[in-house]
Design a protein around this ligand. Structure first.
Ligand code: FMN
Length: 331
C-alpha cells in the first residue's frame, strides 16, 4: 500500500484551489501514493461554541478529545488521521483565510494538540484503559504538509495573512510543513490552468510531498523544500511582531523569539536553538503551553460570588439598533 496523501481545497468548485490541489495529488499518484480529496465547502461543519468539553476531556483523561457535536468535521478528522501528508489550498478573503478555514481550525483546536493527547493517552494506558477509551493513537503519526494560499489581487500584500494563518491547521497535530506556495494575481488569469508556471509549481508540490513521505530519515522527511528560506528559521515565514519595548521580535506564526539583525544588508533574526525549541511547531513549545494551561487555568467556582458580580451585566439587556430589511438587497 502506498502512503496516503489527503488534499483539502477551501476554494470554489473547480476553481483555482481545487485544480492546484488535484494537480499536486495527481503527481503523488504517479509516485505510487494513494490519494483522497475533500472540498471543505462540501462539508457541513458548525462553529466551535467554546464549550471546551473536548479539551477538558483530554486534560482530565475523561474524554478522547472529540467535540460533543457530531457533524461532517468527523469525516475530515478521520481523513487526517488516515493520512501521511496533507496538501491544502485556501483562497484569500479579506487578506486572510476564509471563514470555513478558521471554523475548521477551531474545531481541530486544542483538543487535537499532541501534547494534550499524548499525556491523556500515556496516563490512560498506564491506568489500564482500553485503546477505545483513549485519544486516537494515529494522532501521533508523523505527517508532513504543503500549504498553498491563493489570492485574486495583483498586489502581494493583499494575501499577507493567508499563509501564516494556514499553519493553524497543521500545528496542533505537529504536522511538519515542508513546502509553501503563495499564488497572488489569480484574477489576471481566468483559471490557474492558463498559467503553466504555477501548474509546474504544483507538480513540484506533489513531488516534494511524495519525497517527504518516502524519506528514510527524519531529517530528510522534514527537510524544507520551499523556494524561499523566509526569515524565521523554524517555520520559514516572514511575519514578525515587534515586542512592546521594541527590542526583540516574535515569529507570529510559530512563536519563536529573539533579536532582529541585519546581515549583509538583509533583515535576519537571531533565534537561539533553545528559543527555537520553544516554538509551537516543536514539542517543547507545545508542552510548555499545555502545561501552563493545565497548571494555571482556574476551575469554575474560584470566584465565590461570581453570580452576584455578574448580576448587573445579566440585567443589562439592550436590543440592536433598528433594522429595515427592505433597505437591504439589490432591488
Ligand atoms: C469575500 C472575498 C474576499 C476576497 N478578498 C481578497 C483579498 O483580500 N485579497 C486577494 O488577493 N483576493 C481576495 N479575494 C479573491 C479570491 O482570493 C480569489 O477569487 C481566489 O481565486 C479564490 O480562490 P478559488 O479560485 O480557488 O475559489 C476575495 C474574494 C472574496 C469572495
Amino acid at each position: 500500500m502506498g502512503k496516503k496523501i489527503l488534499g483539502i481545497s477551501f476554494g470554489r468548485k473547480m476553481s483555482n484551489c481545487d485544480i492546484m490541489v488535484k494537480h499536486a495529488l495527481m503527481e503523488c499518484e504517479r509516485r505510487g501514493c494513494e490519494t483522497a480529496f475533500i472540498r471543505a465547502d462540501d462539508l457541513n461543519v458548525s462553529n466551535c461554541t467554546g464549550c471546551i468539553a473536548c479539551t477538558i476531556g483530554t486534560m482530565t483523561g475523561r474524554g478522547r478529545g472529540y467535540c460533543v457535536r457530531h457533524d461532517d468535521f468527523d469525516i475530515l478528522d478521520e481523513n487526517i488521521m488516515q493520512s501521511d501528508a496533507l496538501i491544502v489550498a485556501c483562497p484569500t478573503y479579506e487578506t486572510s483565510v476564509t471563514g470555513r478555514f478558521k471554523t475548521i481550525c477551531d474545531r481541530i483546536g486544542p483538543s487535537h494538540d499532541i501534547t494534550f493527547r499524548k499525556a491523556a493517552y500515556d496516563e490512560g494506558l498506564a491506568a489500564g484503559k482500553p485503546e477505545s477509551k483513549l485519544p486516537d493513537v494515529r494522532s501521533f503519526k508523523k505527517r508532513t504538509a504543503a500549504l498553498i494560499s491563493v489570492g485574486g489581487a495583483m498586489t502581494e500584500n493583499w494575501i499577507a495573512l493567508t499563509l501564516p494563518m494556514m499553519y493553524e491547521l497543521t500545528f496542533p497535530l505537529g504536522i511538519d510543513v515542508i513546502d509553501t506556495v503563495e499564488y497572488y494575481g489569480a484574477m489576471a488569469h481566468e483559471s490557474v490552468l492558463g498559467y503553466p508556471e504555477m501548474m509546474e509549481r504544483m507538480t513540484a508540490v506533489g513531488c516534494h510531498i511524495a519525497d517527504s513521505v518516502e524519506a528514510d530519515s527524519e531529517e530528510e522527511r522534514v527537510r524544507w523544500r520551499g523556494e524561499e528560506e523566509g526569515v524565521c528559521p523554524v517555520c520559514h515565514t516572514r511575519l514578525l511582531q515587534v515586542s512592546h519595548d521594541a527590542k526583540t521580535v516574535d515569529c507570529v506564526v510559530c512563536g519563536s523569539h529573539g533579536e532582529l539583525c541585519v546581515v549583509d544588508g538583509k533583515i535576519r533574526v537571531s533565534f537561539s536553538k533553545e528559543e527555537q525549541e520553544r516554538s509551537r511547531l516543536r514539542w517543547g513549545g507545545k508542552l510548555e503551553h499545555s502545561t501552563e494551561i493545565k497548571t494555571q487555568a482556574q476551575p469554575s467556582g474560584t470566584i465565590k460570588n461570581l453570580k452576584e458580580l455578574k448580576a448587573p451585566y445579566a440585567a443589562f439587556v439592550r436590543d440592536p439598533f433598528p433594522f429595515d430589511p427592505d433597505a437591504y438587497g439589490n432591488h
